[in-house]
Write a protein that binds this ligand. Sequence first.
Ligand SMILES: [Zn+2]
Length: 145
Amino acid sequence: MNSNGWKPIRRGPIYCSPGCGAKCLHIHYTAAVAAAEACKARMQDPSQWVIQVHENMGWFWGLRHVLGHISVRGGQVQYQEDPTKGFHAMLNSDADSSGCNADWHDDREFDDPNEAVIHRLKFAKRKINGAVRLMLKFGMRFTQR
Ligand SMILES: [Zn+2]
């Protein structure tokens, strides 16, 4: 499927791409955009976050930091009882990915999206510190290749 296959098309209440084909609804798209905008407004520095909505068997939303690497997962709008809670931040070694490397992952969720981001960064720091201690224990130096 080329990228045009994922361009949503409006047909009455439907707003869905040929690539998806699940007859996703336009009201779910607008709800996803609204939830993402509301979450962005709650961030400590909203200018550093961009909203992301995408469709794949329903409309999903989230935020992504302008520098990449970290995103806040909102969720799939039609299954959310309350889109103002239950935030999960995801960290990826690849700046262009909105996904989550398993190395940086746990399943904690927070009602404040900022706390989700802080938790994810602290989680990564603990992992990195542990790896550095291990390397030093085995006599590895960072100047070595
Ligand atoms: Zn769809």
